[in-house]
Design a protein around this ligand. Structure first.
Ligand code: HEM
Length: 414
């Protein structure tokens, strides 16, 4: 079967105007999980669905070097980090992240999360009105720093949290939002470079096993310490995405508001129910639309000739809403996860495949744990009201956010 080809010189404009729906719209129109197009002035293959995800995560076929555009490195990722590595250099660096995921260190994260929620609630009760998005980002920033053994003075909290959040908010942006993300990255890299320098010179003593310690003392395959700059990028690869969980917390609160009948899932003693709620938030709400990789060598799959060097985009959002995989994908229904088969290729909000061997998100367990605890606090420990506001989120803006940033008031303990 011939692979459909979108006609025309370039479709970047359509991508910008259709956002999260650009790939799913064409998969539906062409009735094909794979199609050719032209984006960013080059030939591109777009694909989605379970089988396509499995191929995308076959490292012998795809590489990441040269896949991410500079604007994403300048804001979201930073330069020289794990996201752009391939082969043994990638596995070695990825091990640094996965070695942080011990049960003791994850238990510590859970305890810190609970403690920081209690502190935040005491503070929220004093406020007349607050943005749940901004407050959750600050809260997540505190959790991230405490867990990583990164000092954070009360006076710098707002700036650090704003900067970490701005890097995330910039990833699909052009213009001022992109520049804000770049400036935030420059400031943040300077901050954490100084910390790593202090660790290496013996002026700071983080605990062994913490992210700051392990990243500061990590050695490359050639036995050398990471450059100060790359160590800073990797430490931010822990602090920034933990802060990003604030967005899922916000979407979780939106789900409780929009689908109040599902809130009961967070109000039981059953851990499985809470997990299903968190999973459905990650499936239903948009975060990253697609991922990019480049073809490592010529090969043929599903009737498509993949030519070496071609950019390939994997449809994350469309796979999480694929009617071949999910019944009524556009309904928020946590109990669908009762029947989920656990495949690493059909539910991919944070990438797919294997954690250690491939590029799947190193922090997926952290994300689920922190979301579960956070949503439980929102559902069970406090009462609050939502004043009239615009809770819509645009599927064109990448990454999306409720327009009002989700304002709440009258916060009291239950
Ligand atoms: C990679 C999403 C939280 C660390 C990724 C990828 C996505 C993602 C889509 C790319 C997967 C790929 O390239 O195949 C998210 C979302 C999060 C989140 C939506 C929560 C809001 C975290 C947390 C950490 C983390 C809490 C903390 C350690 C990483 C790292 C990578 C990554 C280090 C690069 C992995 C690699 O290239 O091998 N994440 N993530 N993420 N994430 Fe997350």
């Amino acid at each position: 079967m011939a692979i459909p080809r979108e006609q025309g010189l370039d479709h970047t404009h359509d991508l910008v105007s259709e956002g999260f729906f650009y790939i799913p719209n064409r998969r539906r129109k062409f009735q094909s999980d794979i199609f050719h197009t032209r984006l960013f002035g080059q030939k591109v293959v777009c694909m989605g669905g379970e089988k396509a995800t499995e191929v995308f995560y076959d490292e012998t076929k795809f590489k990441r070097k040269g896949a991410a555009p500079s604007r994403i490195k300048e804001s979201l990722f930073g330069k020289g980090g794990v996201q752009g590595l391939d082969g043994s250099a990638h596995k070695h660096r990825k091990h640094l992240f996965m070695s942080l995921m011990t049960s003791e260190y994850l238990n510590e994260l859970r305890a810190i999360t609970r403690k920081q929620w209690r502190i935040a609630i005491d503070n929220w009760k004093e406020k007349r009105e607050l943005s749940l998005l901004h407050e959750s980002e600050k809260l997540m920033c505190r959790i991230a720093c405490e867990w990583a053994d990164v000092p954070l003075f009360a006076s710098e909290l707002n700036q650090r949290a704003r900067d970490l959040a701005a890097m995330i908010d910039a990833f699909g942006a052009v213009g001022p939002r992109h520049w804000k993300g770049r400036m935030a990255r420059n400031r943040s890299e300077k901050w954490v470079r100084r910390l790593i320098r202090q660790v290496r010179s013996g002026d700071r003593h983080p605990r062994e096993g913490t992210a700051l310690y392990e990243i500061a003392w990590h050695r490359n395959l050639n036995g050398k310490l990471l450059s100060l700059q790359i160590a800073a990028v990797e430490l931010l690869n822990v602090l920034r995405p933990i802060t990003a969980i604030g967005r899922y917390v916000t979407f979780g609160a939106l789900a409780m508001h929009d689908f109040p009948e599902t809130k009961a899932k967070l109000q039981t003693r059953n851990d499985k129910d809470k997990r299903m709620f968190a999973q459905e938030v990650r499936r239903y709400y948009p975060f990253a639309p697609f991922l990019g990789a480049r073809v490592r060598y010529n090969f043929k799959w599903g009737g498509c000739h993949f030519r070496k060097g071609t950019l390939v985009l994997l449809d994350i959002y469309g796979t999480n809403h694929d009617p071949e995989i999910w019944d009524n994908p556009d309904m928020f229904r946590p109990e669908r996860f009762e029947e989920w088969d656990g495949s690493p290729f059909n539910f991919i909000p944070q990438g797919g495949g294997d954690y250690s061997m491939g590029h799947r998100c190193a922090g997926e367990w952290i994300t689920i744990d922190v979301m579960k605890i956070s949503l439980e606090f929102l559902a069970n420990k406090i009462d609050y009201q939502l004043p009239t506001q615009n809770l819509d989120y645009s599927m064109i803006r990448i990454p999306p956010l409720p327009k009002s940033r989700l304002m709440i008031n009258q916060v009291t303990n239950k």
